[in-house]
Design a protein around this ligand. Structure first.
Ligand code: RNT
Ligand code: ZN
Length: 422
């Protein structure tokens, strides 16, 4: 006789051949890389404080955003305390701590991230990293690695090279490879007369960026495509085809370059869930930027959407835990920023846990036998199996609030910490 909701769930899932305890245990295989930039609206700590640019825009002015690295770390710790499991933290180059010194981006080095590395060690988490090729006078034209001017291109190449070394230093210090992801905003507002030239330059620049061999145990390179940005509506140099080809070419030549798929960077009826098993035929690893596109914006807070469930389903069904790195990418300044993190990570984890609880064997057997009626019926039944009981048991096991209790903790933090900023 089942007596707890978890017992009941165990029994119901077992009827479909699913082991609930194994699903919970498997959650450890899926750390989520939490993006620092939700914590301060992609601000960073370079003193300039100019325009974000690069086709990015953060709307809203909810009070309490982190103004310093210490505040950002404290906020992240608060978020982690409300999220089950161990995760990672994803930094951008503009989050360097350079003290009173202004350090140009092409001269950044691991020492400028010592505070972050120490913190990550103390948290027992890994770090991921990104060059920042926007929000800078040399990015104002809208071109960076694809710029026609050799000296501008050189600056961004040197910045990206510096970032790869920093990524490797992080990975070495923390004992797990850092994913260093290159995204550049390069594109044009109106129809270009030359689409080829910038793409040739971008390919050349990337070759220069990735020329230095780094230890795969410390750093994994990734390249991120985009469809369009604000002010770059007509042409994006680094499109999906461009980077898919680039990552495949590099990988075929023996240099592992992961392809970053941002779920907000495709046409609205295209899905990343369908792309995973396609691109993973030809590139060894994928970095996900889980996000939520809404009309022109590609970066709303992640929720438990059908598409995020489908993505998690593909990762689990494909056995891609080792090959797909899950990161988040959104920024919303109209709601509490710590809550935004918690909502996004917990939603991603719920998607993963549902995927782990899918009666995949049963459904795939129906498909293999040509019983398409059962395939559809079972997929639908899966949606109302007692998932919540398993999720709650997982949260409890990990010592984090089970339900909306986490929101009360964020409210306390807002009252005692965030509201005292400004
Ligand atoms: C931009 C890309 C990129 C950025 C971050 C801040 O459209 O998605 O990943 O969001 O690097
Ligand atoms: Zn992204």
């Amino acid at each position: 006789m089942p007596n707890t909701p978890l017992d009941h769930a165990r029994q119901r899932y077992a009827e479909h051949g699913v082991d609930v305890d194994a699903a919970i245990a498997a959650m450890d295989q899926f750390p989520v890389s939490v993006h620092c930039w939700q914590g301060d609206d992609v601000g960073g700590f370079e003193s300039a404080g100019g325009e974000l640019g690069g086709g990015l825009a953060v709307t809203g002015n909810y009070p309490g955003k982190a103004r310093t690295a210490d505040e950002l770390r404290a906020d992240a710790e608060k978020a982690y305390s409300l999220i089950p499991g161990k995760h990672r933290f994803n930094l951008h180059a503009i989050y360097a701590e350079t003290g009173d010194k202004k350090v140009p981006r092409d001269q950044l080095a691991a020492e400028h991230f010592a505070g972050w590395i120490d913190w990550a060690k103390s948290q027992g988490i890994g770090l991921d990293f990104n060059p920042t090729c926007f929000g800078h006078p040399l990015a104002e034209s809208g071109m960076t690695l694809a710029h026609a001017d050799e000296s501008v291109r050189r600056f961004w190449i040197d910045h990206c090279r510096a970032c790869r070394r920093i990524g490797a230093a992080m990975g070495q210090a923390l004992g797990a490879p850092t994913v260093t992801n290159v995204w550049v905003p390069d594109g044009t507002k109106d129809t270009p007369a030359d689409r080829k030239g910038p793409r040739e330059r971008l390919a050349d620049s990337l070759d220069a960026v990735f020329a230095e061999p780094l230890d795969a145990r410390h750093n994994l390179d990734a390249v991120e495509s985009k469809l369009f940005g604000i002010g770059a509506e007509s042409y994006t140099v680094g499109s999906h085809e461009f980077y898919l080809g680039y990552a495949a070419k590099k990988s075929a030549a023996g240099q592992n370059v992961a392809l970053c798929l941002d779920t907000g960077h495709f046409h609205p009826t295209e899905t990343v869930s369908d792309k995973l098993s396609a691109v993973l035929q030809f590139v060894p690893e994928v970095l996900l930027h889980v996000s939520r596109g809404v009309r022109w914006d590609s970066d709303h807070v992640v929720i438990l959407s059908d598409e995020n469930r489908a993505i998690a389903g593909e990762i689990v069904r494909g056995g891609y835990a080792e090959r797909v790195h899950i990161g988040l990418d959104f920024f919303d300044a109209t709601i509490n920023r710590v809550a935004a993190w918690v909502i996004g990570v917990r939603a991603t984890q719920r998607a993963l846990l549902t995927a782990l609880l899918e009666p995949t064997a049963e459904i795939q057997r129906a498909e293999a036998e040509g019983d398409l009626t059962a395939r559809l019926a079972l997929m639908e039944e899966h949606k109302s199996l007692p998932f919540a009981a398993v999720w709650e048991a997982y949260c409890e096991q990990e010592g984090v609030p089970v339900g909306r209790g986490w929101l009360d903790e964020v409210r306390d933090y807002e009252k005692n910490v965030l509201s005292r900023r400004n």
